[in-house]
Design a protein around this ligand. Sequence first.
Ligand code: C5P
Length: 399
Amino acid sequence: MLKGKRIILGITGGIAAYKIAFLIRLLKKQGAEVKCILTPASSDFISPLTVSTLSENPAYQQFWNKENGEWTNHVSLGLWADLMVIAPLTANSLAKIAHGYCDNLLLATYLSAKCPVIVAPAMDLDMYSHDTTKNNLSLIEKHGVEIIPAEKGFLASGLEGEGRMAEPETIFKRIEEYFEVGEQLKGKKIIITAGPTYESIDPVRFIGNYSSGKMGYQIAKKCLNRGAEVILVSGPTQQVLVHEKLTLINVRSAEEMLKVVQSHFELCDGGIFAAAVSDYRPAEVEGQKIKKSDDTLTLTLTKNPDILFWAGQQKSKKQWLVGFALETNDAIENATKKLKKKNLDAIVVNTLEDKGAGFGHDTNKITILDLNNNSTKFELTSKKEAAKNILDFITNNLV
Ligand code: C5P
């Protein structure tokens, strides 16, 4: 399965580093090529000799070798790898990669690497639950790094709680899975809409909605992780996503979103439309700020174009299209109607009746309906997991 796959294993200075010997062994047994980079502090926890013996490569530690003056080329190490895994990732190295520090070989390689990066944090429970750590984790996630969350259990400090590095077997399974799905969408181009739209009333006001864009961005991330090229057409959101195969086009209104979709859809293999597009917009946009005068103010609204409907009409036989339906009542019935009316291949339903599902939350509870009347229902999960389920459905049924 991992034969010939090139993996850089970054090891930072936490007690969990001793377990990495087992991870190297698991990877080597499956035929992977492994090069380990150690931070200065990590060799207190695992010996470079153990690492180099098991990986059958030097244990990379310094920018240059003091004995022969030879330079270790971090750029070529970064380019060599198909995948970079940093385990354990300490609070210190996490902070450094989150903010672009570059004072050791591992950090320089991280900054030079073109491949995806997966990290397995490990630290004491108070450090793991600290706001700074949480912020740094969410920052690297926004930079496209995948995090294997720390687990609960006994910690080296004698305390018990969340902070233990995921077991080597868990990290190994994630690496295997990465290579299994990593190529699934290679060569495919996917257009995704995400976030709300803002419809101007006057120069300072708009009609919008509470969509955070989280679902659409998680879907975009999953498509990128599986090798697709992604065009993400995003309404105004706080979400950040950076990837070399991502074209991010920011829009505000439904009409702007439609224009962008119209100019890219034909060249795409498929589309996933997760944006919460405003159904109506003010018929007139006032040139000046509307002044407060009467007790009531009436706005006349006009219907916005249905972007997904447009795409459904244009869709060729080779293309596939997935829409979303956020329903407050009769969810399945309404979504089934939309699936047909908009000429979709599948529709992802979420209802506001489910606690934790829908706008703003980090979780979602979805059901996927398709044209064969199949209905696949999922439990409440993180939006990340929901995105994985949607992508599994698409790759198994539509691509
Ligand atoms: O009809 P409804 O708004 O419930 O449909 C939701 C689906 O249609 C979502 O996939 C949404 O992104 C898309 N949509 C759209 N343009 C609109 C309205 C909805 O693309 N104007």
